[in-house]
Write a protein that binds this ligand. Structure first.
Ligand code: UD1
Length: 417
C-alpha cells in the first residue's frame, strides 16, 4: 500500500468474529436447525464450519446466513488439525460435554499473543462434576450429567465464561458464574441461548445465574456487529485525518475507545445507522490501558499503538490482558515508530511521519494495526502473512479501497493457514 490517502466515505461492519464462532458452537446444544444471520465471510467461520461438519452437523446457507443442522447424537472430538488453525475451537468443549456427556478437544498450545491458559475452563467444568484430564495432547472430559455449581473466576475470561455458560444451560440445577466476562459477545451468546430456551439471569453483568433445563430447541439469531472491526475503521479515520461513517457500528460497545479518539481530537457523531468519526488535525497522544469489557479492548491495542506512533506527544499504552501482545511492536519500529517497551507498558513518542517498509503480521489484530500504520507511512508498505487478517476482517482490502486507500492485495500473499 502507498500511504497518504485520507479515509472517507461509508463502510459496513458485519457480525462479530468473536461472537459468531461461539454462536455456532452453541448450536450443538439443540438437535435440529439453528439459523444465524449477519455471519461474516472470514476464515475462522470456515474453520468452525469444518469442525461442525466433522461432528456430524450439516452447515449450509448463503454467505451471511448459516443454517446449522445438528444430529441427535453429534460427534464429540475436535482434532488438533482444526484447533491448531483456530484456537477458538476450544469453545465446543462446554456444549459437547453438556450434550454428549463426553468430549475430546485437542489442546491448542500457545500462540503469537502469548501463552493462553485453559485452567478456568477446566476448574469450572470440574466444579460441575466433570472429570477432566489432559491425555496425549487432548483435553478429555466426561460427566454423564453436569450438576449446577457456584463458580468464581479469578479473571473475567471471555472463553471460560462462554464455555461454562454453554455447559451450565443443560446441567442439573443452578449454576452461578461470578466475575463473569461482560463483553457484548458474551451477551450475544446469552441471547441466543435464551432464544433456545435456556434460563439465564444477570445477562450483561458479572454474575450469571443459570437454571439448567432438560433440553434446548434450535433458534434463529442475528450476530452482534463486530466492535473490533468498527473500532479499526474509527482509528483509521483518525490516523488519516479522514471522515468515515461506520454503518452497523455500535457506539455503545466502543464507549471508551471513541472517547479516547475524541481526546485525540476527533469528532464522533452518533447516527441511526451507526456512527461517524471525523478528524481534521494531527491527533494528540492519548494513554490507553487495556482491560476486560467495559474497559478498553485489548483487540484494539495494536491500532492505538499505531495511532500513537504518529500522534503529537508521548502516549503510554498498558496491556493487561495478553502477555505477548507487544510482539508486533518491532514491526512498527521497522516503519519508523519510536516505541520502547517495559513489561506490559509501551511508551510511544509520536513521529510526524512513518516510513513505508516491508513488515509481517504476527496475529490478526497486529496485522490490522500494521495496515493502519501503512496507510499513513511515507511510500510503500508491504504487509506479509496477511492470512492472519483474513481470520477476522471480511474484505478488508476492498473496504479500505472503498474508503479511498491506495492498497491492493498481492496474489503471492494469498496464503491460508
Ligand atoms: C477472547 C477473544 C479475543 C480477546 C479476548 C479478551 C475470541 C475468539 N477471542 O479470547 O479476541 O482479545 O477474549 O477480550 O473470542 N486465561 C487463563 N486461563 C484461562 C482462560 C484465560 O490464564 O482458563 C488468560 C489468558 O491467557 C489471557 C486472559 O486470561 O491472558 C484473557 O483470556 P480470555 O478472556 O479467556 O480470552 P479468550 O477467550 O481466549
Amino acid at each position: 500500500m502507498v500511504g497518504g490517502a485520507r479515509l472517507a466515505g461509508e463502510v459496513t461492519v458485519t457480525g462479530a468474529k468473536n461472537s459468531v464462532l461461539k454462536l455456532m458452537a452453541a448450536s450443538l446444544l439443540a438437535e435440529g436447525t439453528t439459523v444465524l444471520t449477519g455471519v461474516p465471510r472470514i476464515v475462522d467461520v470456515s474453520i468452525m464450519t469444518e469442525l461442525l461438519r466433522r461432528l456430524g452437523c450439516v452447515v449450509q446457507g448463503t454467505p451471511t446466513k448459516l443454517g446449522i443442522t445438528v444430529p441427535e447424537r453429534p460427534g464429540h472430538e475436535a482434532d488438533y488439525d482444526l484447533v491448531r488453525r483456530m484456537r477458538a475451537s476450544i469453545c465446543v468443549l462446554g456444549p459437547l460435554l453438556a450434550r454428549c456427556g463426553e468430549v475430546r478437544v485437542a489442546l491448542p498450545g500457545g500462540d503469537n499473543i502469548g501463552s493462553r491458559g485453559l485452567n478456568w475452563h477446566i476448574d469450572g467444568l470440574a466444579k460441575m462434576g466433570a472429570s477432566v484430564q489432559s491425555s496425549h495432547g487432548f483435553l478429555v472430559a466426561s460427566a454423564p450429567r453436569l450438576a449446577g455449581a457456584s463458580i468464581w473466576l479469578d479473571f473475567p475470561s471471555v472463553g471460560a465464561t462462554e464455555n461454562l455458560l454453554m455447559a451450565a444451560v443443560l446441567a442439573k440445577g443452578r449454576t452461578v458464574i461470578d466475575n463473569a466476562a461482560r463483553e457484548p459477545e458474551v451477551v450475544d451468546l446469552c441471547e441466543l441461548l435464551q432464544a433456545m430456551g435456556a434460563e439465564i439471569g444477570g445477562v450483561g453483568t458479572s454474575t450469571l445465574e443459570i437454571e439448567g433445563v432438560e433440553s434446548l430447541t434450535p433458534a434463529t439469531h442475528a450476530t452482534v456487529p463486530d466492535r473490533v472491526v468498527a473500532g479499526t475503521f474509527a482509528i483509521g479515520a483518525v490516523m488519516t485525518r479522514g471522515d468515515v461513517v461506520v454503518v452497523n457500528g455500535r457506539a455503545g460497545h466502543l464507549e471508551i475507545a471513541l472517547d479516547k479518539l475524541c481526546t485525540a481530537g476527533a469528532t464522533v457523531e452518533l447516527l441511526e445507522e451507526g456512527f461517524r468519526v471525523a478528524m481534521t488535525e494531527r491527533p494528540r497522544a492519548v494513554d490507553v490501558v487495556t482491560l476486560p469489557y467495559p474497559g478498553f479492548s485489548t483487540d484494539l491495542q495494536p491500532g492505538m499503538i499505531a495511532l500513537a506512533g504518529i500522534s503529537d506527544g508521548t502516549a503510554m499504552i498498558t496491556e493487561n490482558v495478553f502477555e505477548s501482545r507487544f510482539m508486533f511492536i518491532d514491526e512498527l519500529i521497522r516503519l519508523g515508530a519510536d516505541i520502547r517497551t517495559d513489561g506490559h507498558h509501551a511508551v510511544v513518542r509520536g513521529r510526524e511521519v512513518l516510513s513505508g517498509a516491508p513488515v509481517r503480521a504476527t496475529d490478526i489484530r497486529a496485522g490490522a494495526g500494521l495496515v493502519l500504520a501503512g496507510l499513513v507511512a511515507d511510500g510503500v508498505t508491504t504487509v506479509s502473512d496477511v492470512h492472519h487478517i483474513d481470520r477476522g476482517y471480511q474484505d478488508f482490502v476492498q473496504q479500505l479501497q472503498g474508503l479511498g486507500a491506495d492498497v491492493r492485495r498481492e496474489p503471492e500473499d494469498d496464503q491460508r493457514p
